[in-house]
Design a protein around this ligand. Structure first.
Ligand code: DGL
Length: 268
């Protein structure tokens, strides 16, 4: 049965587990196959060409395991490689990114308003959100800021403490963010600092957590395609291209529970 095939989810590392966790909470019957390219982390500082090559190779790994859908759970890879992956995968599986559904959400909820965005250098410099938001014609004024310190900071376990608050404040104090109505967390790691961002803005700015929006889009699209798994508790497997105990320990931060990582050296 097509619907029983897994959903393949990939990210530059383990940050995409925030989205895998949303998917498994929303769709507990789905089988999930996760691949974190820890050998090449971080993607946020890599060239477009490098991210495209990694993304295509990982997509093939997932296709070889018979996935029904591929979710690019990384903003940097979605920015650099979504079109290419979609072309490469063709009609073998559905392909999702973490950008389009967020742009649709903005057009519906924040038309005519000023919106902030934080993400990696790759995501922000690609201006993919800027171009797609402009394409909606919703009159949104988007202000994007690269915040490259945040992902490594969170990965080291620095969130909800004074150090993280200082760094977050330093970035968000940027005058470009004056009078924004909402801020998009355009990086897989940032849901973990949503509470500190919210308190910085004193609850006056909406925090757009893309992982929730994307999980709902995946659910709706699978349903529409007749591919929703209606079975019982799904199987979950987690692969990384480079294994360390530190990665495995850090999965707890992102998944909300410990995950057993399997090493799959894709690049040998
Ligand atoms: N997963 C990346 C993203 O969402 C953040 C970490 C990285 O730079 O690889 O953009």
């Amino acid at each position: 049965m097509q619907s029983q095939k897994p959903i393949g989810i990939f990210d530059s590392g383990i940050g995409g587990l925030t989205l895998a966790s949303q998917i498994s909470n929303l769709l507990p019957a789905e089988n999930i196959l996760y691949f974190g390219d820890t050998a090449h982390l971080p993607y946020g500082d890599k060239s477009t060409a490098a991210i495209q090559a990694y993304s295509v190779r990982i997509s093939q790994f997932l296709l070889d395991r018979g996935v029904k859908a591929i979710l690019i759970a990384c903003n940097s890879a979605s920015a650099a490689a979504y079109e290419l992956v979609r072309e490469y995968v063709g009609n073998k599986a559905l392909v999702f990114n973490v950008i389009d559904s967020v742009v649709d959400h903005l057009a519906t909820e924040y038309a005519g308003k000023k919106v902030g965005l934080i993400g990696t250098k790759q995501t922000v410099n690609s201006d993919i959100f800027g171009r797609k938001v402009a394409g909606t014609g919703a009159g949104i004024e988007l202000k994007s800021l690269a915040t490259p310190l945040l992902a490594p900071m969170i990965e080291e376990g620095f969130f909800n403490n004074k150090i993280s608050l200082n760094i977050i404040e330093e970035y968000l104090r940027n005058p470009e963010f004056d009078q924004i109505s909402s801020i998009i967390l355009a990086c897989t790691h940032y849901p973990l600092i949503a509470a500190q961002i919210d308190s910085y803005f004193e609850g006056k700015v909406d925090i757009v957590d893309s992982s929730r929006i994307v999980a709902r889009q995946v659910q709706a699209s699978l349903k529409e395609a007749g591919l929703l798994n209606t079975g019982t508790e799904g199987r979950r497997e987690f692969f990384v291209s480079d294994y360390t105990a530190a990665f495995e320990n850090a999965t707890q931060i992102f998944f909300g529970g410990k995950v057993s990582l399997q090493h799959f050296p894709l690049w040998d």
